[in-house]
Write a protein that binds this ligand. Structure first.
Ligand code: C5P
Length: 311
């Protein structure tokens, strides 16, 4: 199986209601050609091994999202079958690009095929949403607007191919920590000038109409317009926790990126290029300035999780 990572072209975060665990979102996802590869083999046990440049950062115990997907599918279908998984990670770990979610999505499809569960696509999507807010999107791929906590998807039209360069850091950011920092910044709204100075302000329920220009840019296949419309409400919180992120943002701007944004909860920085050649120029600028532990280039949109080879 292969499942892509994602970049949030727009991420608008509403307030956290009392007693609520998740923030209401309006986001526009694009799946990009950075992949997790998952091999699933029949086994008496349920195990996972991991390879790739950041494999050491990934747990292989029951907290691993691929193993949680195995357990969720087994519980939903009442099977006692096992599986031996191997995950080759191409998506940055804890980078805001849904690498763990891609593992979960690929694993759901792999075990569904291996165990012949007969679940419908809708049932798989429902199970995906229980595993994480981004899992349904990486299962679907392409371009979509996400609402609710990100799991309610509406496919969006997008023409042509967009080119990206990504600055990756080995020290990831915890998604819950970034949301907590977002809440802290917005709590400063008692003092609106201080809140604005730190990138905060009053959190308002997100309005999908705020992304009209972005959706038009996607329909037109216009990278200049898309670059101007990129938006991330979590960026100020990510920068507060990791001030060094200002450097890759500035480097990409200086190298002529059409737009640059922190991906999801970060710390990966996504720079939109004019074309494939320019994506390599942006990647070289990241590398030359020493602002990234690793640099990737990719295109989007691409399809979601799917079987690439079967024995
Ligand atoms: O759904 P996922 O497991 O990716 O979310 C991880 C954490 O990020 C949640 O436990 C929550 O703290 C935060 N989150 C949030 N609002 C969302 C999505 C995630 O507060 N819409």
């Amino acid at each position: 199986m292969r499942a892509p990572g994602k970049v949030n072209l727009s991420l608008r975060v509403g307030p956290l209601g009392p007693g609520e665990q998740y923030h209401q979102l309006t986001t526009v996802f694009q799946a990009v050609s950075v992949y997790e590869e998952v091999v699933a083999r029949s086994s008496d046990e349920r195990t996972v091994t991991v390879s790739g440049p950041q494999a050491a950062l990934v747990p292989t115990d029951a907290t691993n999202l691929a193993l949680r997907a195995v357990e969720a599918l087994a519980a939903a279908t009442g099977t006692d079958e096992g599986v031996a998984l191997h995950v080759d990670k191409g998506v940055p770990v804890a980078g805001g690009m849904a690498g763990g979610s891609a593992d979960a999505a690929a694993t759901l499809l792999a075990c569904d095929a291996l165990w012949r569960t007969g679940l419908s696509r809708a049932e798989l999507l429902e199970l995906a949403a229980t595993l994480g807010s981004d899992v349904p999107f990486v299962l679907q791929g392409h371009t979509a607007m996400g609402q609710g906590r990100g799991e309610l998807l509406t496919p969006a039209l997008s023409r042509g191919e967009f080119h990206w360069a990504f600055a990756v850091r080995d020290t990831g950011l915890s998604t819950p920590a970034v949301y907590r920092e977002f809440d802290r910044l917005h709590a400063l709204a008692d003092d609106p000038r201080e809140a604005l100075r730190r990138g905060g302000g009053v959190a308002v329920p997100p309005d999908p109409d705020d992304d009209v220009r972005l959706m038009q840019a996607l329909r037109a296949g216009d990278p200049h317009a898309l670059g101007a419309a990129l938006h991330n409400d979590l960026q100020a919180a990510a920068l507060e926790l990791e001030p060094g992120l200002a450097e890759p943002l500035a480097v990409a701007q200086d190298a002529g990126a059409l737009g640059v944004v922190v991906s999801g909860s970060g710390p990966t920085v996504a720079a939109l290029a004019r074309n494939r050649q320019h994506a390599l120029v942006l990647a070289a600028a990241f590398t030359a300035s020493g602002v990234a532990d690793r640099v990737l280039t990719a295109t989007g949109p691409v399809p979601g999780a799917r079987i690439v080879a079967e024995d």
